[in-house]
Design a protein around this ligand. Structure first.
Ligand SMILES: C[S@@+](CC[C@H](N)C(=O)[O-])C[C@H]1O[C@@H](n2cnc3c(N)ncnc32)[C@H](O)[C@@H]1O
Length: 207
């Protein structure tokens, strides 16, 4: 598990790294963010929380669309850049899984996230989503763009091709994670965007 300090040190160079958008882990980065935006199906005025917003690249897309947008992250340096780049959003420092601060809205129509959940193993991802569902408005849903492989074989191929550039992280494995999400009471679907990334659409099952 990473610490905020590690992301603080990455913050200044982060945007130049993702802008290249080639190879692991950011192949198709811009396309992933755009697909998250499209799958969120927003309209002006809708409340959106961007979880692990980093420098605000996804957050900005929702501000442009006229949504009421909040962004959370545990890295102070990432947030500093996000505040500079996206003055139309409200940002707060927050560690995923902890209670939301009392001074931000407790419910959102959409929760979105990009390149964050892969830091959590499957049990951690489900625990986090189970916590987050309590903060969705009725009928709301969650859209996650992230590093993901369709199955273990595809992951292994990517690992071999990446060689020393491979980071051992609990990347999404669609064939395992979709059934686990469904067993935990979510409707869940996945749409690939690049060989190593795609978008999950996640909605709590109606009680
Ligand atoms: C790879 S960056 C992605 C940033 C942004 N969402 C994007 O798509 O460019 C991961 C971000 O998640 C944040 N993060 C990682 N683990 C976190 C946690 N447990 N709680 C809150 N933020 C976290 C990091 O600080 C970092 O800004």
């Amino acid at each position: 598990m990473f610490t905020p300090g590690e992301f603080d040190r990455w913050a200044e160079n982060y945007d130049s790294e993702v802008e290249r958008g080639q190879g692991l882990p950011f192949e198709g980065y811009a396309g992933v963010l755009e697909r998250v935006f499209q799958r969120a199906g927003v309209r002006p005025g809708l409340s959106v929380l961007d979880l692990g917003c980093g420098t605000g690249n996804l957050t900005a897309r929702f501000v442009q669309a006229g949504c009421r947008v909040w962004g959370s992250d545990f890295s102070a340096e990432m947030l500093k850049i996000a505040r500079r780049k996206v003055p139309g959003a409200r940002f707060f420092q927050h560690q995923l899984g902890n209670p939301l601060p009392a001074d931000v809205p407790q419910h959102y129509a959409r929760m979105v996230s990009a390149y964050v959940f892969h830091h959590f193993d499957q049990a951690g991802k489900i625990a986090l989503l189970t916590h987050l569902r309590n903060h969705l408005e009725p009928g709301g849903w969650i859209v996650i763009g992230d590093i993901a492989f369709p199955n273990a074989e595809a992951r292994q191929q990517a690992k071999q091709a990446a060689a020393d550039a491979w980071d051992e992280e609990p990347y999404w494995l669609v064939e395992d994670d979709l059934p686990a999400l469904r067993a935990a009471g979510f409707q869940a679907a996945f749409e690939p965007v690049s060989f190593c990334a795609g978008v999950f659409l996640i909605q709590p099952e109606m009680a």
